[in-house]
Design a protein around this ligand. Structure first.
Ligand code: ADP
Length: 493
């Protein structure tokens, strides 16, 4: 009799539920998109009730689709868009404001104020994060300072904070369990990653009351049971992990030195650094990779803002492509990039430069430059940006030993090969593409004994295709030199 683990993957643009068999193969999927709100320039919001209603709908859909009998879903794991912030009333469950999404920049000025007050070192040493509007802390502060209902509920001690994982758990358990996991906590900029506690000093600096925060559990832990009034049958919830960390687990990057890189809209690179906290001198973030049985494994993280989004821009804005996958055919027709480079700094540049003011540059164009060169330059730029992250890691004394990739862009074989060529490391693409949802399922299954250990989980990873570096050293050097010249131009603001 087949048994399954249900994974909830609540992402930035859609909510998904996937039923995995116990070997980690996705069997049934349901997905729903939801509304994105952009109330002002730089503001991005979601309606928490819509996050919840779409999540519940996909959960029910997938159970219905699978037509499986009672008792076949062993447990649930949750993974989620990280940092996105929700505050709600403990008694009514009603959010006091929309969810402020990780992309939202409204608290950037307040962050600059904290930097001017010289709080950067304290916050970096405690949380591993650079002060930025990206993380939850200053989003919480904004709601508390600007939403009258939040002020009123604080006085009555009935305001609760949670990232999306925590809010969904609260809803699924019928408004009883207010828990999060260590990976999500580590992205709030309020969590001390050495002591594994909410940090009193940072809470005092931001004037955020301690009692609104959830209890922080391991990624593989007992999070309670769903309320049968809501989900029909009551399921246990035993896995919770933020999306990028979930992909790291889904890719079985459990060895120190193993790295996963996800190429979706943006790209997120996580390097497992083991039980050691490594502080980067090159502006990479230090974060919790996962916590199992109370033991924390740390990671270094670098983010590239524009990866697949560059291909989206080619398709939707400049209309050089009908579909994203056409990029591969177009690029393959060219023997070289003809000296054309695109720095896709459409919204600034992320790690390791962190320059929010810089904007895109297209360099090396001649009368001979056409659509193909620009398409190639856009796809190549994602390889070069990864190279820059790898250099930053190298300067921190770290050399990734294993590179596993996922996300929509790696379906492009030309890109995956170019990536391997430019970073000069083997690149491995797994059979299961749904690594994020899979990571949450693995954590849930570990807790209930479906998997005995991390080693046991690793046996379920299997290779689709391996890409080995083939490019000549001199060619690589030439390309990288020209890219660096283009980046310098983009950094002039
Ligand atoms: P997200 O989870 O961020 O929505 P996905 O992992 O689904 O992203 O990947 C979608 C992204 O990958 C899109 O930005 C798209 O432009 C890009 N993409 C998809 N297929 C290809 C391809 N064959 N070549 C290049 N880019 C691609």
């Amino acid at each position: 009799m087949k048994k399954f683990i249900l994974s909830i993957d609540q992402g930035t643009t859609s909510s998904r539920a996937i039923l995995f068999d116990l070997k980690g193969n996705p069997k049934y999927t349901s997905q729903m998109e939801f509304t994105q709100y952009f109330p002002k320039d730089g503001w991005v919001e979601h309606d928490p009730e819509e996050i919840w209603s779409t999540t519940l709908k996909v959960l029910k859909n997938v159970v219905k689709k699978s037509k499986i009998l009672k008792g076949k879903i062993l447990t649930i794991g949750i993974t989620n868009q990280r940092e996105t912030t929700i505050l709600w009333d403990k008694y009514t469950g009603k959010p006091v404001y929309n969810a402020i999404v990780w992309q939202d920049r409204r608290s950037a000025d307040y962050c600059n104020k904290l930097i001017k007050q010289k709080k950067e070192t304290i916050i970096y040493n405690k949380t591993g994060l650079l002060i930025d509007a990206y993380f939850s802390a200053t989003k919480i502060k904004w709601i508390i300072d600007n939403v009258p209902k939040a002020k009123q509920l604080i006085k009555q001690k009935r305001l609760l904070f949670g990232t999306v994982d925590c809010f969904l758990l609260w809803k699924l358990t019928g408004g009883t369990n207010h828990f999060t996991d260590a990976t999500n906590a580590s992205r709030t900029m309020l969590y001390n990653i050495s002591s594994n506690k909410w940090d009193k000093q940072i809470l005092d600096i931001l004037k955020i009351p301690n009692y609104i925060l959830p209890e922080v559990k391991d990624c593989s832990d007992d999070f309670g049971h769903t309320d049968p009034k809501i989900t029909g049958e009551s399921y246990s919830i035993t896995g919770m992990v933020g999306d990028q960390q979930a992909a790291t687990i889904g890719q079985c990057c459990f060895e120190p030195g193993s790295l996963k890189s996800t190429y979706g809209t943006g790209a997120f690179v996580l390097l497992n650094t083991g039980s050691k906290i490594i502080y980067s001198k090159n502006r990479l973030l230090t974060t919790i990779g996962y916590r199992i049985n109370g033991k924390t494994t740390y990671a270094l993280e670098g983010s590239i803002f524009i990866a697949g989004a560059g291909v989206q821009w080619l398709r939707d804005k400049v209309k050089f492509l009908t579909k994203a996958s056409d990029s591969e055919k177009i690029i393959k027709k060219l023997k070289s990039n003809h000296g054309v480079y695109l720095v896709p700094a459409f919204t600034g540049i992320g790690a390791p430069y962190w320059n929010s003011k810089s904007r895109g540059v297209l360099s090396g164009i001649t009368r001979d430059t056409g659509i193909s060169e620009i398409v190639r330059a856009t796809v190549e730029s994602v390889g070069y940006q990864t190279y820059d992250l790898f250099e930053a890691m190298k300067n921190d004394g770290l050399r990734p030993k294993i590179v596993r990739v996922d996300g929509g862009m790696v379906k492009n074989n030309w890109f995956s090969q170019f990536l391997s060529d430019v970073i000069n490391v083997k690149v491995l693409r797994p059979k299961v593409e749904e690594t994020t949802a899979l990571g949450a399922a693995f954590m849930a299954g570990l807790k209930i004994g479906v998997y005995k250990s991390i080693n046991d989980i690793s046996k379920n990873w299997s290779l689709d295709k391996k890409f080995s570096p083939k490019m000549k050293k001199t060619t690589r050097k030439k390309l990288i030199n020209s890219w660096q010249k283009a980046i310098k131009r983009a950094l002039i603001t």
